[in-house]
Design a binder for this molecule. Sequence first.
Ligand SMILES: Nc1ncnc2c1ncn2[C@@H]1O[C@H](COP(=O)(O)OP(=O)(O)O)[C@@H](O)[C@H]1O
Ligand SMILES: CC(C)(COP(=O)(O)O)[C@@H](O)C(=O)NCCC(=O)O
Ligand SMILES: [K+]
Length: 259
Amino acid sequence: MLLAIDCGNTNTVFSIWDGAQFRATWRIATDHKRTADEYFVWFSSLLMLTKTEAHITEAIISSTVPRVVFNLRVLCNRYFDCRPIVVGKPECALPVAPRVDQGTTVGPDRLVNTVAGFDRHGGNLIVVDFGTATTFDVVDVDGAYIGGVIAPGVNLSLEALHMAAAALPHIDIARPHSAIGTNTVACMQAGVYWGYIGLVEGIVRQIRAERENPMMVIATGGLAPLFQQGTELFHSVEDDLTMHGLVLIHRHNKELETA
Ligand SMILES: Nc1ncnc2c1ncn2[C@@H]1O[C@H](COP(=O)(O)OP(=O)(O)O)[C@@H](O)[C@H]1O
Ligand SMILES: CC(C)(COP(=O)(O)O)[C@@H](O)C(=O)NCCC(=O)O
Ligand SMILES: [K+]
């Protein structure tokens, strides 16, 4: 079975793919200091507690945090006796190469989202990923990643308000009933929630204006469902998008290996 690991700046998600479906998906806070042994204690406890049958023989990793890759590699070598494929490394092939400035490094999560989005919807697609940062990945007609947008993430924006202003508390994002807040928390939530809806709609409008073909928009990431409630923009919200992309990229590399 395949272990697919998607490491974002906030959370790291582990999924077990049995060849037909995901058997389990578990999330752990991203911490570059976590060792391979610590990962394994956490992972094997969850296997036992949930009575999940899994025999991991292969692994693929996407990480937006370069420093965690070392320990994740050790985890795969030591405990699953396999060498993981790491997205973004030269040895990991993609179905279609990205078309971006020479020398630039595209976040591996964005490459994975592109592959998954193209597989499900074809090209002329915008993938919006609400993670630590909110990213917009533009997928060309042939499935190539051709660039996009990086905006400050929702929680980052709230955190910035709290950090910079003495009277503004730390709060969680929620959808406020109205734009006019009648207390501090409601004012902050309105600023970030409706501000964000405006950001997403505005950026998509701008991207569409720069493209010749109609562009479908799909969304993923922890906070996507919350924002779907405030806009008609998204064709769909797909929380398994990145994991789907990892499975596809793994399959693509295995096919090349045996070809
Ligand atoms: N279901 C959820 N409800 C509320 N906040 C969430 C949820 N899932 C994730 N978040 C928050 O959204 C932000 C982005 O999460 P995530 O998609 O895991 O980011 P990343 O991929 O960058 O690690 C984080 O601050 C996280 O705490
Ligand atoms: C933009 C990101 C920080 C998003 O990461 P995430 O929110 O998933 O943790 C990540 O994709 C990244 O580090 N990208 C490198 C620069 C680029 O994609 O152009
Ligand atoms: K992201």
